[in-house]
Design a protein around this ligand. Structure first.
Ligand code: NDP
Ligand code: GDR
Length: 374
C-alpha cells in the first residue's frame, strides 16, 4: 500500500494525485475616496479595508498634517505589500489632478466626500464653496467620464455625498421625491452637484448614485459642528476646564444619526444592479436644545447653567426642521441605522470626557494653557 501523504484536497480512494489547485484570489477591488481625511472618509476607509478593498485617498495640501482621523489605519507605504490605504495629493479645484489619479489608480469605485462642508462658513466663502462643492463634483464626474471614454474596457461606479440641507425650507418628512429648497450657498452647491450626478447618469449611462444623507455625527465629528461643539464643552465643563458654551439657534431640529452606520449605506448603493438616489436617515428629529439636555444631563449638569446665546452663530437663513423618510433605502438596500439618538449622545460625551481628562493632565502639569479653548 502507498503510505505517502494524501493529496491535498483529494477525497479520492485510488491514490491518484488529484490535488486541487489553490483557489485564485479574487482581485482586490480598488476604491478612491475624496475627503478621506474628514469624518466620513475615515469611517468609510475602515469599512472598505475590512471588506478587503485597496483604498486610495486624495488629500489636499495643508501647512499642517491633517490626517489624525486616519493615523490608526496608516501603514508606511515603504512597508511593501502591507499598506492597503494610500494617500495622494490632489484637490477638487484642480481637474488635472483628478483625471491623473483616476488614470493611474484605476478605481472600481469613486466616493466623492470632499467638500467645504460647514453651512455657516459657506456664507463667508460662497464662491470657494461653490467651486469645491458644485464644480468640484462636476470635475470629478468629468474625470471619470473622460477616463471611461478612453478606456471602454473599464467600469467605474461613482458616489456623490448629497445632503439633507438641499431640502432647506421644504417641510418634513423629506424623501427622494421631495423638492429641494436650499437655504445656503453650501446647500445650493450641493443641489448642483446632485443634478450633475443625475445628468451624468442619464447622459452617459454612468453608474452614479446620490446619497442624500441627513446629519450624521460621531466622536470624530469636526469640532465646530453643533453636536461635537456641545459634547466637547460638556467634557471640558465636567472636568473644570471651561464654564461657558456659546451657541446660536437652539430651536432648529435635525435628524441625527451615527456616521459609522451611514458610510455602510454609501457602499451598499454602489453594490446594486442599477444606480439610484437614496435618502439615509434615522427618521427621528430632535432640536439643538434636546441635544443639549441629553448631553449635559448624561453627566449630571444643567445646560442652562452654562449655555450663552451668541448672535454670531445665527445664520443669515436657517434650516428649521429636517426629518428624513428613508423608506426606499430600507426597502431596496436593506439598510437601517444601528445607533439611536441617546446612544449617539452618550458615545460622543464618553469620548469627549476622556479627551478632556487628558487635556486636564496637560493643564495641571503646566504643558497647556487652561484658557486655550479647543
Ligand atoms: P468633513 O468636513 O469632516 O470633511 C470634508 C473633507 O473634504 C475633508 O477631508 C477635507 O479635507 C476635504 N476637502 C475640503 N476641501 C477640499 C478640496 N478643495 N479638495 C479636496 N478635498 C477637500 O465632512 P464630513 O466627513 O462630515 O462629510 C463628508 C461629505 O458628506 C461632505 O461632502 C459633506 O458636505 C457631506 N455631508 C455630510 C453630512 C454630515 O452630517 N456629516 C450630511 C450630508 C452630507 P481637509 O481635511 O484638508 O479639510
Ligand atoms: P448643519 O450642522 O448646518 O445641519 O450641517 P451644524 O451642526 O453646523 O448645525 C446644526 C444646527 O445647529 C444650529 N446651531 C449651531 N451650529 C453650529 N455649527 N455652531 C453653533 O454654535 C450653533 N448654535 C446653533 C445651526 O444653526 C443649525 O441649525 C451639517 C453639515 O455636516 C453639512 O455638511 C451637512 O450637509 C448637513 O449637516 C446635513
Amino acid at each position: 500500500s502507498t503510505n505517502g501523504p494524501a493529496p491535498r484536497g483529494s477525497g479520492s480512494a485510488d491514490g491518484a494525485d488529484l490535488a486541487v489547485p489553490a483557489p485564485i484570489a479574487a482581485p482586490r477591488k480598488v476604491a478612491l475616496i475624496t475627503g478621506i481625511t474628514g469624518q466620513d472618509g475615515s469611517y468609510l476607509t475602515e469599512l472598505l479595508l475590512g471588506k478587503g478593498y485597496e483604498v486610495h485617498g486624495l488629500i489636499r495640501r495643508s501647512s499642517n498634517f491633517n490626517t489624525q482621523r486616519l493615523d490608526h489605519l496608516y501603514v508606511d507605504p515603504h512597508n511593501a505589500g502591507r499598506a492597503r490605504m494610500r494617500l495622494h495629493y490632489a484637490d477638487l479645484t484642480d481637474a488635472s489632478s483628478l483625471r491623473r489619479w483616476i488614470d493611474a489608480l484605476l478605481p472600481d469605485e469613486v466616493y466623492n466626500l470632499a467638500a467645504q462642508s460647514h453651512v455657516a462658513v459657506s456664507f463667508e466663502v460662497p464662491d470657494y464653496t461653490a467651486d469645491v462643492v458644485a464644480t468640484g463634483a462636476l470635475r470629478l464626474l468629468e474625470a471619470v467620464r473622460s477616463h471611461l471614454a478612453a478606456r471602454p474596457d473599464r467600469s467605474v461606479r461613482y458616489y456623490q455625498a448629497g445632503s439633507s440641507e438641499m431640502y432647506g425650507s421644504t417641510p418634513p418628512p423629506q424623501s427622494e421625491d421631495t423638492p429641494f429648497h436650499p437655504r445656503s450657498p453650501y446647500a445650493a452647491a450641493k443641489c448642483a452637484a446632485h443634478w450633475y450626478t443625475v445628468n451624468y447618469r442619464e447622459a452617459y449611462g454612468l453608474f452614479a448614485c446620490n446619497g442624500i444623507l441627513f446629519n450624521h455625527e460621531s466622536p470624530r465629528r469636526g469640532e465646530n459642528f453643533v453636536t461635537r461643539k456641545i459634547t466637547r464643552a460638556v467634557g471640558r465643563i465636567r472636568v473644570g476646564l471651561q464654564s461657558k458654551l456659546f451657541l446660536g439657534n437652539l430651536s432648529a431640529s435635525r435628524d441625527w444619526g451615527f456616521a459609522g452606520d451611514y458610510v455602510e449605506a454609501m457602499w451598499m448603493m454602489l453594490q446594486q444592479d442599477e444606480p439610484g438616489d437614496y435618502v439615509v436617515a434615522t427618521e427621528e428629529s430632535h432640536t439643538v436644545e434636546e441635544f443639549l439636555q441629553a448631553a449635559f444631563g448624561y453627566v449630571g449638569l444643567n445646560w442652562k447653567d452654562h449655555v450663552v446665546i451668541d448672535k454670531r452663530y445665527f445664520r443669515p437663513a436657517e434650516v428649521d426642521n429636517l426629518r428624513g423618510d428613508s423608506t426606499k433605502t430600507r426597502r431596496v438596500l436593506g439598510w437601517k441605522p444601528k445607533v439611536g439618538f441617546q446612544e449617539l449622545v452618550k458615545m460622543m460625551v464618553d469620548e469627549d470626557l476622556e479627551l478632556a481628562k487628558r487635556e486636564k493632565v496637560l493643564v495641571d502639569a503646566g504643558y497647556r494653557d487652561p484658557q486655550q479653548q479647543p
